[in-house]
Design a protein around this ligand. Structure first.
Ligand code: PEP
Length: 247
């Protein structure tokens, strides 16, 4: 199965009703490459607004969910509420949630299992810190994150992997095409060895970390880069150029 190129936009905790409406209207007006799956992740409070306003070709993602059915979990985001609202995706395991909110590999894996088993697809993030990269631990860190995921998840068809080196997120310091391709190839190799050849062939592996309209074309040419998870640039009109980087 050919892997459809995927571009996600992570708005993080940014925007307002008017600025997010403007972003969505720009995307609706733009000619987006039909060979690219586009999914945008606004803050939770704006999910319904975005789902109502965005054209149907554009997917919508939450930035987090909880791993339990509805109930006494004050402040959490329910997978069932997402489904009820026509939201088919969520980001999970973003490094900001891992580092600021203290989510462990196991917690992220449990959330991923719950979401995928209940009909919500997951952009599952992994990646190393600068300290870990400099210590030569990049591939080990990612293998450990993947192993925790594999211990809980059996259906990989609803998972897109986003490799996001923490040192490249929001810093303007993009990984080189060689650095990104090396890690993507090793993630695919890990999937071959630990899950299956077909999961390795079919799973999209996105790169995230200071992707812009200037660096996306080169990155998109790498064999194992199947798309991007974009933070800062997804709030700008140039997001359209990133979605269309293959044209
Ligand atoms: C992100 O938050 O997922 C991200 C990649 O951010 P940025 O593109 O701003 O580095």
């Amino acid at each position: 199965m050919a892997r459809k190129f995927f571009v996600g936009g992570n708005f993080k905790m940014n925007g307002s009703i008017s600025s997010i409406t403007e972003i969505v209207e720009n995307l609706n007006k733009a000619q987006l490459d039909p060979n690219v799956e586009t999914v945008i992740a606004p803050p939770a409070l704006y999910l319904l607004l975005v789902r109502e306003k965005a054209k149907k070709e554009i997917g919508v993602a939450a930035q987090n969910v909880y791993d339990k059915p509805n109930g006494a979990f004050t402040g959490e985001i329910s997978v069932q509420h997402l489904k009820d609202s026509g939201i088919d995706w969520t980001i999970l395991g973003h490094s900001e949630r891992r580092t600021i909110l203290g989510e462990s590999d196991e917690v992220v894996a449990a959330k991923t299992k719950y979401a995928t088993e209940n009909g919500v697809s997951v952009i599952w993030c992994c990646g190393e810190s600068l300290e870990q990269r400099e210590a030569g631990q990049t591939l080990d860190v990612i293998a450990k994150q993947l192993a925790a995921l594999k211990a809980k998840v059996s259906d990989w068809s609803k998972i897109v992997i986003a490799y996001e080196p923490i040192w490249a997120i929001g810093t303007g310091k993009v990984a080189t095409t060689e650095q990104a391709q090396e890690v993507h190839a090793s993630i695919r190799d890990w999937l071959v060895k630990n899950v299956s050849q077909s999961v390795a062939d079919d799973t999209r592996i996105l790169y995230g970390g200071s992707v812009s309209e200037k660096n996306c074309t080169e990155l998109s040419k790498q064999n194992d880069i199947d798309g991007f998870l974009v933070g800062g640039a997804s709030l700008k009109p140039a997001f359209v150029d990133i979605i269309n980087c293959k044209l």
